[in-house]
Design a protein around this ligand. Structure first.
Ligand SMILES: NC(=O)CC[C@H](N)C(=O)O
Length: 371
């Protein structure tokens, strides 16, 4: 089997075997603790520019199927596993992991000590890496990596360029696409919403002209501070329409309301992250994928209150506006992959919209009585 290597920014080298595409790619190396869900992970646009190592040792065993994609064109830069399964077995299996990676230009490396790699990332934080041929010397690989500029335009790369509609007869939702997972769209259409998906740089004015019942802010890759135009847009929407933000959408909402974000040492990625809901005093197991977080102390000076926290490191997982039907979570209530403990948040969003409509009606009927 052809040999390949993963070289980290600090020079640590792992020699393994090649699978997937054989092109060399640079990316930020992160780890995911999910035991399954590799298809959704590979196709989640939030991983744009990153290389994921799975801590579960056997990956690819149920193959790739036509139903579980989170986007059509994946933007992940590499997959690192202990053992890549060559003979998948599942009634839904359509192709092997290897053939999917090849067709989508995603390099893979197998047969390395993923436990050691994960421990390095946990100890020193996420860092750049390159998956490349063993013919390239460590010096060549590290200098190539150093010359590869850090990415700041991932959202632009993965967001839709033009708005489009997924029709329904229920509430009219504008979904701002920062690198949307299909799972979010699926949850809205399942609830019969009429969804207008718009690009990340759509203006508040254009959104409000669509007369939405609610606005959803999706997940997406990179640092939320790389998309200032989205922060401005959200600022102008708060107080005018109910808003629900997920992951990058949550971070952008926080920034728009005056809070701050920062990068975590190694992030939260997996399908088994416990989160405590402080409002109802319940713990959920959630699906997560983020490297940034909202700074807890930065909420103090804002109109946002803390609603949920991560039980592993006490970081912010949920916020709610004190005055308006505007809220967000850092994790993925649409799961895909992962548990659906928090799927009810989509129903709560629609319930907030319904309540908002009834209060507007009440206000207008009071006005007409006064007249
Ligand atoms: N899944 C997401 O939306 C990720 C948000 C952001 N890119 C982060 O890494 O924190």
């Amino acid at each position: 089997m052809e040999k390949r290597q993963l070289v980290l920014e600090d020079g640590t080298t792992f020699i393994g075997t090649a699978f997937g595409s054989t092109e060399a790619k640079v990316g930020e190396v992160v780890f995911n603790t999910g035991m399954t869900g590799y298809q959704e992970i590979l196709s989640d646009p939030s991983y744009c520019g990153q290389m994921v190592t799975m801590t579960y040792p056997l990956i690819g065993n149920y193959g790739i199927n036509r139903d579980d994609f989170e986007t059509i064109t994946p933007s992940i830069h590499g997959l690192i596993v202990k053992e890549a399964c060559d003979f998948p077995s599942n009634f839904r299996n359509d192709e092997s992991l290897d053939s999917y990676l090849k067709a989508n230009h995603i390099p893979g490396i197998a047969g390395i000590d993923t436990r050691k790699l994960t421990k390095i990332i946990r100890q020193y934080g996420t860092m750049k890496g390159i998956i490349t041929s063993v013919n390239q010397s460590k010096e060549e690989a590290t200098s190539y990596m150093a010359q590869t500029p850090a990415m700041h335009d991932q959202v632009k790369q993965v967001s839709t360029v033009k708005p489009y509609v997924v029709p329904g007869r229920g509430y009219r939702i504008v979904l701002v696409d920062f690198g949307m997972k299909h799972g979010i769209l699926r949850e809205l259409t399942k609830r019969n919403c009429h969804v207008t998906v718009v690009p990340y740089n759509y203006t508040a004015e254009s959104i409000l002209r669509l007369k939405p019942d609610g606005v959803m802010l999706t997940n997406g890759p990179g640092d939320p501070k790389d998309v200032p135009e989205a922060i401005d847009m959200i600022k102008s929407l708060v107080g005018k329409v109910p808003i629900f933000g997920i992951c990058l959408g949550h971070q952008l909402l926080a920034l728009a309301c005056g809070a701050d974000t920062e990068k975590l040492k190694f992030g939260h990625r997996g399908s088994n992250h416990p989160v405590k809901d402080l409002v109802v005093n319940k713990t959920y197991i959630t699906s997560q994928n983020h490297g940034y977080t909202v700074k807890l102390e930065s909420l103090k000076e804002t109109a946002l209150k803390l609603t949920q926290i991560a039980l592993n490191d006490q970081t912010v997982e949920g916020i709610q506006h004190e005055k308006y039907p505007v809220f967000s979570v850092q994790y993925h209530p649409e799961s895909s992959p992962g548990p659906d403990d928090t799927n009810h948040l989509f129903d709560e969003f629609l319930a907030k919209i319904k309540f908002h409509h009834s209060t507007i009606k009440e206000e207008t009927s009071c006005l007409s009585v006064q007249i």
